[in-house]
Design a protein around this ligand. Structure first.
Ligand code: IFM
Length: 462
């Protein structure tokens, strides 16, 4: 799909020093790192954890690169105390994690004490070390027993999600600064149900639109529950957004870029912020309208305290000659180990665009941004200058959006440490901390060292 080799991880900046007027230097701006349960925890058979759709999916030959699974991952389930100390040593203001639904609740809706205690202890330790806790309820590890009843194609799953949100927010009330219902419903719906790259691996666009509706319904049902059970906490959702640019000035290509963003961004944001599903989606996907019951969009459009935005790259597109778009990857551009184009301008454009499109846009946290590179430990050091350069440029884009009036409250680097990168297994390294999967040794990459230093200096001044 992409023509250019990724840039060497060593090429790039050697500093992390946001300008004097950057929002990163503001005392109330949160700089943190993020992870997700299935990607780091391992221990998939321990303490009563039930199977998840990713256990099932990754066990199918050919679904995940090199046959990797989340069985051990970063062994965070056992190493969590040391990992919190590692985080504290980075001086970050906050940490975003997710809860593994199959670890904390059984098929009958009963709590699994050992699983819940794991998160209680983790959150207590994070807070004791002065970090804000951002907790995602659903980062893709659906219990397999729910998949066996139809997963997100079954409307009932939205109600089971609300029950799970109820249990978690009763159990963890007072320990969580911000709840996020779903991570990236686009990926759950499209990659899981339309192109089959993610669990559960189905390939029908009609399934994807129905799954999206049920995911968002589950979100909307959970919002008032979270507010009631944990009133001091903030409630939001996380959307991955894509910048689509047109390959030419032709009206057909301009329309292609418009449709790309409609399919990636408005599909999620319009129901949440306008209580509407964009009709033009079904010009792209004729006959794929989901079944929506009366009142659903009011539930989905419940006001949010914040919106989490995950941004990684842009996609340049052109018309497919019919009603859709096809990718038109530019030559000679900088790419990451994922093959994704490095395009900080896209973050700025999207944030400013959302600010204009949605008058009720809540305050924004960038809940993920970062890059994968082929990082290696050489003489005890990991030089990841391309990542530093990536972060510096995206943070400058964030500053530009903030100057244009977007209310941005924080930024989480994806990821704290190298981890299980879904269909790409362990080969793609997104961490600012390197993980040796043979020994589980963590090594701070240069990016982590410089960010820790920046935060230490910033904290001294404030
Ligand atoms: O690793 C993922 C994460 O789980 C969700 N957002 C994108 C990241 C990089 O692909």
């Amino acid at each position: 799909m992409f023509n250019d080799a990724p840039q060497s991880p060593n090429a790039g900046d050697q500093t992390f020093s946001p300008p004097a007027d950057s929002i990163l230097r503001r005392k109330d701006f949160l700089l943190g790192t993020a992870t997700a349960s299935y990607q780091i925890e391992g221990a998939i058979h321990e303490d009563g954890r039930l199977a998840s759709i990713w256990d099932t999916f990754s066990a199918i030959p050919g679904k995940v690169l090199n046959g990797d699974t989340g069985e051990v991952a970063c062994d965070h389930y056992h190493l969590w105390e040391a990992d919190v100390d590692l985080l504290a040593g980075l001086n970050v203001d906050g940490y975003r994690l997710s809860i593994a639904w199959p670890r904390v609740m059984d098929e009958k809706g009963q709590p699994n004490r050992k699983g819940i205690d794991f998160y209680k202890n983790l959150l207590d330790r994070l807070r004791a070390k002065g970090m804000k806790t951002f907790v995602t309820l659903y980062h893709w590890d659906l219990p397999q027993y729910l998949e066996d009843r139809g997963g997100w194609l079954n409307r009932d799953t939205a109600f089971r999600f609300a029950e799970y949100a109820d249990l978690m927010s009763r159990e963890l009330a007072g320990k969580v600064d911000a709840w996020m219902t779903l991570n990236e419903p686009w990926c759950s719906a499209y990659l899981g149900y339309a192109n089959g790259h993610h669990a559960p691996g189905l390939t029908n666009i009609r399934y994807a639109t129905q799954a999206m509706h049920h995911l968002l319904l589950g979100h909307g049902l959970a919002v008032p529950i979270l507010r009631k059970n944990d009133p001091a906490s903030q409630v939001g959702i996380v959307a991955n957004v894509g910048r689509g640019t047109a390959d030419s000035d032709s009206p057909a290509d301009q329309r292609a870029a418009y449709l790309f963003e409609l399919q990636h961004n408005n599909w999620i944001l319009d129901p949440l912020l306008k209580k509407q599903i964009p009709k033009e989606l079904f010009e792209l996907w004729p006959g794929a309208e989901p079944l929506v019951l009366e009142g659903d969009l009011d539930i989905i459009g419940a006001p949010l305290d914040f919106l989490g935005i995950n941004y990684y790259f842009r996609t340049n597109v052109k018309s497919d000659g019919a009603h859709g778009f096809v990718e038109a990857p530019p030559e000679g551009v900088e790419r990451t180990q994922m093959g994704w184009e490095v395009y900080p301008q896209g973050l700025q454009d999207l944030l400013i665009g959302f600010h204009k499109t949605y008058p009720n846009l809540p305050p924004i946290y960038i809940t993920e941004n970062g890059m994968a590179s082929d990082d290696e430990v050489i003489d005890g050091e990991v030089v990841d200058n391309q990542r530093l350069s990536f972060l510096n440029r995206h943070l400058a884009a964030l500053d530009a959006a903030a100057k244009a009036g977007v209310d941005i409250r924080g930024y989480f680097i994806w990821s704290l440490m190298d981890n299980f990168e879904w269909a790409f297994g362990y080969e793609r390294r997104f961490g600012i901390v390197h993980v040796d999967y043979q020994t589980q040794k963590r090594t701070l990459k240069r990016s982590a060292q410089l960010i820790a230093q920046f935060l230490a200096d910033r904290n001294k001044q404030s």
